[in-house]
Design a protein around this ligand. Structure first.
Ligand SMILES: [Zn+2]
Length: 110
């Protein structure tokens, strides 16, 4: 499920989760804007004695708003992640690194 951020129609501030009134201008009209990716700005892992560790990250989106998300594995600061919503929680997944184009072999006409 897609993550939606509330963007104030009056001042353009982006908020997550949405609020009744904009904390910047007091506006009450919002647009829902889908966010699908962002960059990890903080990361931590919570260790449990008996359960698997929980990995949490702060993700800055292109709209400037920072979301708290869970990850399946530890992340590094600066990593690009995709975002989705699952059972009401935001989940981040590491984006596959961009694959470089295959090297071209120059052929010279004879
Ligand atoms: Zn506003």
């Amino acid at each position: 499920m897609t993550v939606f951020v509330a963007v104030c129609r009056a001042c353009g501030d982006a908020l997550f989760p949405p609020r009744l009134l904009c904390p910047s201008c007091g506006g009450d009209a919002w647009d829902s804007v889908a966010v699908t990716e962002g960059v990890v700005t903080e990361a931590t892992s919570v260790q449990h004695r008996v359960a698997a560790p929980v990995h949490l990250v702060s993700v800055r989106t292109g709209l400037g708003v920072v979301l708290l998300a869970r990850m399946d594995s530890a992340a590094e600061i600066g990593a690009r992640v995709t975002l989705r919503q699952q059972d009401g929680a935001v989940v981040a997944e590491a984006r596959a690194p961009a694959t470089p184009p295959p090297p071209t072999t120059a052929t010279r006409p004879r």
